[in-house]
Design a protein around this ligand. Sequence first.
Ligand SMILES: Nc1ncnc2c1ncn2[C@@H]1O[C@H](COP(=O)(O)OP(=O)(O)O)[C@@H](O)[C@H]1O
Ligand SMILES: [Mg+2]
Length: 290
Amino acid sequence: MEIIFKNVEHRYQLKTPFERLALEDVSLSIPSGQFVSLIGHTGSGKSTVIQHLNALLKPTKGSIQIGDRTIESGKKEKHLKEIRKRVGVVFQFPEHQLFDETVEKDICFGPMNFGVSEEEAKKRANELATIVGLPKEVLQKSPFDLSGGQMRRVAIAGILAMEPQVLVLDEPTAGLDPRGRNEIMNLISSLNKEQGLTIVFVTHSMEDAAQYADRIIVMDKGKVSMSGTPKEIFKQHEKLKEIGLDIPEPLQFILDLEQRLGVSLSHEAITFKKAVEEVTKLFGGQAHDE
Ligand SMILES: Nc1ncnc2c1ncn2[C@@H]1O[C@H](COP(=O)(O)OP(=O)(O)O)[C@@H](O)[C@H]1O
Ligand SMILES: [Mg+2]
């Protein structure tokens, strides 16, 4: 299912003294099956974009096509529930939204709310525990007795239980330790590759965007400032620095090396693996196969 923004504007608290322009003339597309990363400074509009993906917010100008539905400014929309089911959003710090006595009940809540029987919901919760990497015994525990990484998994399982086609995650690794971050990134990547879910992923980590995304959308001051493949985006490192964004560490290392040694290296080396290959080539060696 494809999502297309056409000239979307969003003003919060429209026609009040607190009116605030958060998105301006945003056009973008999230093609079916892709892993799309949204990057940009705090306040650049990422979370606002995300809340339009399942019609939690509506544009104040322009239109948004979500599969076969079109959400337009100034039009009353009905049956948004169907959209909410197809586009699952995991908000920032999703563990704050856990509330039930047990993990199982928490995961079952969404689907049962959408009319799925308790039996079926429990079956899904059981399968999802495996998919998101939670031991089965965790299902009967209180979500509040889990580690940070496990709570994130429960929250993600709760959204997956609605069987969405698009999974949207707002900074899903924020506040986790490196191991927890890796585990969550691997989970999201496998949901994309193995289950075919479209992923929209907000991150502050340029390394994660470089490593996992098919496409990157760069937001700046409520507008789309760049969009393209990770290689296309990070090739424009000067422009990113102008916006005040970082580039992936491996690429920064390659740029530093070029300067120090007066050599010319590939700026497509945006992941650690590629950077190691470049450096190995430079010194005339051969990279070891994994
Ligand atoms: N509920 C709100 N009411 C008014 N302004 C808001 C609200 N939420 C966000 N904003 C403003 O909209 C802009 C974009 O915010 P946001 O989408 O949260 O950015 P990001 O997720 O990139 O940090 C910011 O200027 C922010 O202050
Ligand atoms: Mg945000």
